[in-house]
Design a protein around this ligand. Structure first.
Ligand SMILES: Cc1ncc(C[n+]2csc(CCOP(=O)(O)OP(=O)(O)O)c2C)c(N)n1
Length: 652
C-alpha cells in the first residue's frame, strides 16, 4: 500500500517535470499506517465536523496527500487530477491549497505554518469539546512535519504553546530524514528534537519510520498520552530510489526515467505509470470506508440532540450569526449617540468586545502578552487553559507568529471566530500567517493597537510607519483604521461579517474625539470611505481625506480653510479595500470632484495616490518616528491641521 503512494508520487512529478518525490516516498509508510488504521475521516464527507484533522505541514510533499486522497476514494481526486499535478486548473497544485482541494485542511508550503495551524485546530477542538461535549466533538489533529518545519522559529512558538496548553490530542509525526535542500541537515543543525519537544512539555519518542508496527505502536501510545506527542520517525528520503534515495537529489526534482525504472525494480512494483494493482487499490478503498459507521453514528447523536442545542452547534459551525450582531452593534451606537465618548479607539474596541463577546460566544480572543495594552480581553471572558478549555481568552505569551498561525488553524477548524492582540508594529512578526489567512480566505481578526507615532514615548522601534501600506498590499486583507468610537464599532461589525477573509483593526493608544455625533443606523464604514462633513456654501474646492486619529486633524483643517474662505469637505477613509471594491461610479462619488485633494495619515504616503492622485497633497511620515510625548511628535513631524491647510493652499 505504501508503494502505491511512492509510485504515484514518482510518476506525477515526472509527468509534471517538477515537484518533490522525496518526502512522499520517504513518509509513505507513516501515511499508510496513519490513514489506513488510525485517522478518523470519511471521503464521502470531507467536511464532517468530527473528523480527525491531518495537516501536511511540509507542503512541498503535496503528492503524498494527493496520492492518499485518491487511493482512499475522495471523489474529486481522480487519477486524471493526479496526472495533471501542478497544472493550471487542476486540484493538485504544487503545494496543497485549502478550499481548492477537498480533504486539504490548510494551505501549506511556507514551512512551519502547518504545524502552528494544527495547534490552533487542536485548541478549537478542545474548546468546542468543553462546550458541546465529547459526544459531538472528539477528534485528534495529526501533523506530518519535516526538518524544515522544525527548523523554522515559528515551530518553537507553536510547540511551546501546545505543550503549555497540554493539547494531548495533537500528534506530530516528524519525517526525520536528515536531509534538506542543501544536503544533510547536519550542515546547519544539531538540535535534538526529541529533547526539544520534551522540554516544551510534550511526550516525544524516536522510531523507525519504515516499520509499520513501530509506527502503529507509537501512535497508539500517543493517543493515550496526556500531553501532545512528537513521534520522530527516522526515514530515508526518496525511499526506494536506489541512487537518489537518501540524498537531497530526491528532494525537489523529478527522478528521471532510469531512476524511476530502477526504483520500481527495487520496490518490486511492476505496474505501469499511474496504475495501481487491483488488490492494493481495493485495500486502500476499504481503508477509506472503514470510518463510515462512526460518521453515521455521530450524525445520529447530532440528530438526537435537543433542538436548541443542535441549532446552536450547527450555527457556530456555519459561522453565521442571526440578527444578534446587528442588534448588539445598534445598541452600542445608540449609547454612543446618547453620550459621546472621547476615548482611544483601543478602548472603544474594548467596549465593543464587552458587548460582542457576550452576544457571540464563538469569539475566541487573545493577546501576545499585551492584554492590558490591546484591550482585547472583555470583562466576562474566562481564560482558556488546561485542563478547562471552556474559556474564550488565550494568553498566547510573547508569540505573535504562532498566535496568528494558530488563529488560522482555529478558523479552518470552524466553530470559533478567532481574534488577537498585539502592537501594529509587530504585524511584521505575524505577516506570513496573515498572508495565508488572506490566501485561504479565513475570517481571522487581528486587533493591532498603538498604530502610529501617536503611541509616543516608546519611540521609533515601536512606531509603525510603513505598516499600514504594507498590510494594505496583501490581497483580500481588510485593513480597518477607525477614527473614533462609532467607527470602531462599525469596523468590528464589518470584520465579523467578513466571512471570507481576514481583517486588521489598527487602533490608537491615544485618546481621540468622537466625530460621529448623533445616531445613524447605517454602517457608514461599509463603503470603505464616506463624506463625514460636506463643504459649506457651494461645491468643495478641497477634499480632505484621513484615516484613524488623523481624521480629527482634517476636521480642524477644514475649519481653518473656511476661515480663509476656502470650501473643503472631509472624507473619512477607514478601509481602502472596501473603497476600492466599490463600483467605479460610487467610488468616484466618494472621492469627489474637488480640484484639490489632500490626505493626512500618520504613516507613509504609499497607496494614497489611488485616492488623491499623484498630484494630491499628503501629510504624513517620510521616515521613522522618535521617542517623545505624542503631541510633540505630531508637531515635530508636521502631522498637524496647519500642515494640512498648507498642503491645500500650496495647490490653490
Ligand atoms: C519558510 C520556508 N522557507 C523555505 C522554503 C523552501 N523549502 C522548501 S522545502 C525546504 C527544506 C527541505 O527540507 P525538509 O524540510 O527536510 O524536507 P525534505 O527534504 O525532507 O523533503 C525548503 C528550504 C519553504 N518552503 N518555506
Amino acid at each position: 500500500m505504501a508503494n502505491a503512494i511512492r509510485a504515484l508520487a514518482m510518476d506525477a512529478v515526472e509527468q509534471a517535470k517538477s515537484g518533490h518525490p522525496g518526502l512522499p516516498m520517504g513518509a509513505a509508510n507513516i501515511a499508510t499506517v496513519l490513514f489506513s488504521r488510525f485517522l478518523k475521516f470519511d471521503p464521502a464527507d470531507p467536511t464532517w465536523p468530527d473528523r480527525d484533522r491531518f495537516v501536511l505541514s511540509a507542503g512541498h510533499g503535496s503528492m503524498l496527500l494527493y496520492a492518499v486522497l485518491y487511493l482512499l476514494g475522495y471523489k474529486a481526486m481522480t487519477i486524471e487530477e493526479i496526472k495533471r499535478f501542478r497544472q493550471l486548473g487542476s486540484i493538485t497544485p504544487g503545494h496543497p491549497e485549502h478550499g481548492h482541494t477537498p480533504g486539504v485542511e490548510t494551505t501549506t508550503g511556507p514551512l512551519g505554518q502547518g504545524l502552528a495551524n494544527a495547534v490552533g485546530m487542536a485548541i478549537a477542538e478542545r474548546h468546542l469539546a468543553s462546550v458541546f461535549g465529547s459526544d459531538l466533538v472528539d477528534h485528534s489533529t495529526f501533523v506530518l512535519a519535516s526538518d524544515g518545519d522544525l527548523m523554522e522559529g515559528l515551530s518553537q512558538e507553536a510547540i511551546a504553546l501546545a505543550g503549555h496548553l497540554r493539547l494531548h490530542k495533537l500528534i506530530v509525526l516528524y519525517d526525520d530524514n536528515g536531509i534538506s535542500i542543501d544536503g544533510a541537515t547536519a550542515l546547519a543543525d544539531s538540535v535534538d528534537q526529541v529533547k526539544r519537544f520534551e522540554s516544551a512539555g510534550w511526550a516525544a519518542t524516536r522510531i523507525d519510520g519504515h516499520d509499520p508496527a513501530a509506527i502503529a505502536r507509537a501512535i497508539e501510545a500517543a493517543r493515550e498520552s496526556e500531553r501532545p506527542s512528537l513521534i520522530a520517525c527516522r526515514t530515508t528520503i526518496g525511499f526506494g530510489a536506489p541512487n537518489k534515495g537518501g540524498t537531497e537529489k530526491s528532494h525537489g526534482s523529478p527522478l528521471g526515467a532510469d531512476e524511476i525504472a530502477a526504483a520500481r525494480q527495487q520496490l518490486g512494483w511492476s505496474a505501469p505509470a499511474f496504475e495501481i494493482p487491483a488488490e492494493i487499490f481495493s485495500q486502500w478503498r476499504a481503508a477509506g470506508e472503514r470510518n463510515r459507521p462512526l460518521r453515521l453514528a455521530w450524525e445520529q447523536r447530532l440528530a438526537a440532540l435537543e433542538p436548541s442545542r443542535r441549532g446552536e452547534f450547527l450555527r457556530r459551525l456555519s459561522g453565521e450569526f442571526d440578527e444578534r450582531l446587528a442588534a448588539a452593534v445598534g445598541n452600542l451606537k445608540e449609547s454612543l449617540a446618547q453620550a459621546s465618548k472621547d476615548i482611544a479607539t483601543r478602548a472603544a474596541s474594548e467596549l465593543a468586545l464587552d458587548a460582542l463577546t457576550t452576544t457571540l460566544p464563538e469569539m475566541i480572543g487573545g493577546s501576545a502578552d499585551l492584554t492590558g495594552s490591546n484591550n482585547t480581553r472583555a470583562k466576562t471572558m474566562k481564560v482558556l487553559k488546561a485542563p478547562d478549555y471552556s474559556g474564550t481568552f488565550i494568553h498566547y505569551g510573547v508569540r505573535e507568529h504562532a498566535m496568528a498561525a494558530a488563529m488560522n488553524g482555529m478558523a479552518l477548524h470552524g466553530g470559533v471566530i478567532p481574534y488577537s492582540g498585539t502592537f501594529l508594529m509587530f504585524s511584521d512578526y505575524c505577516r506570513p500567517a496573515i498572508r495565508l489567512a488572506a490566501l485561504m480566505g479565513q475570517r481571522v481578526i487581528f486587533v493591532m493597537t498603538h498604530d502610529s507615532i501617536g503611541l509616543g514615548e516608546d519611540g521609533p522601534t515601536h512606531q509603525p510607519v510603513e505598516h499600514l501600506a504594507a498590510l494594505r498590499a496583501i490581497p483580500k486583507l481588510k485593513v480597518f483604521r477607525p477614527s473614533d468610537a462609532v467607527e470602531t464599532v462599525e469596523c468590528w461589525q464589518l470584520a465579523l461579517q467578513s466571512k471570507d477573509g481576514p481583517s486588521v483593526l489598527a487602533l490608537t493608544r491615544q485618546t481621540v474625539p468622537q466625530l460621529r455625533i448623533g445616531f445613524d443606523a447605517r454602517n457608514r464604514c461599509t463603503s470603505g470611505a464616506y463624506e463625514l462633513i460636506a463643504a459649506e456654501g457651494g461645491a468643495a474646492q478641497v477634499s480632505l481625506f484621513a484615516s484613524g486619529s488623523e481624521l480629527a486633524l482634517a476636521v480642524e483643517a477644514r475649519k481653518l480653510l473656511a476661515a480663509r474662505g476656502i470650501r473643503a469637505r472631509v472624507v473619512s477613509v477607514p478601509c481602502f479595500e472596501l473603497l476600492f471594491a466599490l463600483p467605479q461610479a460610487e467610488r468616484q462619488a466618494v472621492i469627489g470632484t474637488a480640484k484639490i485633494n489632500v490626505a493626512v495619515e500618520a504613516g507613509i504616503r504609499q497607496g494614497w495616490d489611488a485616492i488623491i492622485g499623484s498630484e494630491g497633497g499628503f501629510v504624513g511620515m517620510t521616515g521613522f518616528g522618535a521617542s517623545a510625548p505624542y503631541k510633540d511628535l505630531y508637531r515635530h513631524f508636521g502631522v498637524t491641521a496647519e500642515k494640512v491647510v498648507e498642503a491645500a493652499l500650496n495647490k490653490v
